[in-house]
Design a protein around this ligand. Structure first.
Ligand code: PMT
Length: 222
């Protein structure tokens, strides 16, 4: 166990990718496997934390000693994270959350009609859970950590996102169709609202998770 430990602390982690249903057979989704969030959960449990893992569409076995709350959509993820965050020392949002969802849900499968072009899909905004938790801070001294999945201008976009979301730390990682999503390894820069920048070289997702917990534990007041 690396020091400082998280014994007696309650940490809430979100993992996986939300799915926003269009009809009973289709959804808007993303490529998150949940591996980074599960690595955060395992390493926090190994440091003695009580861990609530809100997992969007889990594809991985439950980590030992972790309270797993399975969810599907961004709205369900929000409800579970907000509930678990009330007494949390730290909230870490590693889930890939859909920014938009289909404006309507068809209760029957949407059929293609002969000779007709498909209807455009109207989208509406999902709630920004990270910004909401960072603004609310239901527990005094609570630390809020976000992830930024970027494909270009990674650090510039990451810095802007840190300011916009209002979190304490933002883990900026580059993603692509086969980069980071589903991989065993990750590399990132962890930006702090205090101006700090912690580069984490490419390595197992547990190594990035350990750096996140080092930074969180160093910032938690007793
Ligand atoms: O799951 P893996 O395959 O291991 O891949 C890991 C990962 C790439 C999914 C992970 O490392 C990661 O980057 N997670 C965040 C993905 C994401 O949604 O990034 P974003 O830049 O779109 O969102 C920024 C932050 O806001 C994230 O903390 C996200 O959880 C949060 N968010 C986003 C939208 C929304 N409506 N509500 C949110 O809370």
């Amino acid at each position: 166990i690396r020091e400082p430990a998280l014994a007696g602390r309650h940490v809430v982690i979100s993992a996986g990718g939300t799915r926003e249903p269009l009809d009973p057979v289709r959804f808007l989704g993303n490529r998150s496997s949940g591996k980074q969030g599960y690595a955060l959960a395992r390493t926090a449990a190994a440091r003695g934390a009580r861990v609530t893992l809100v997992s969007a569409n889990p594809q991985l076995p439950d980590p030992a000693g972790v309270d797993v709350v399975p969810v599907g959509t961004a709205k369900e993820l929000r409800e579970a994270v907000v509930k678990a965050a009330t007494d949390a020392d730290a909230v870490v949002m590693a889930a890939a959350v859909a920014d938009f969802r289909p404006a309507s849900y068809a209760t029957g499968k949407i059929k293609k009609k002969d000779g007709q072009e498909p209807e455009p899909v109207a989208l509406v905004r999902n709630p920004d859970i990270l910004a909401e938790i960072a603004a609310a801070r239901p527990r005094p001294g609570q630390l809020v950590v976000g992830f930024a999945a970027e494909t270009d201008d990674v650090l510039v976009n990451g810095r802007a996102k840190l300011a916009r979301k209002g979190c304490d730390l933002l883990v900026v990682n580059e993603v692509g169709e086969a980069k980071t999503f589903g991989a065993e390894e990750n590399e990132a820069v962890v930006l702090g609202a205090d101006g700090s920048e912690t580069p984490v070289p490419n390595g197992p997702k547990e190594a990035l998770a350990d750096t996140v917990w080092d930074l969180v534990a160093a910032r938690l007041v007793s």
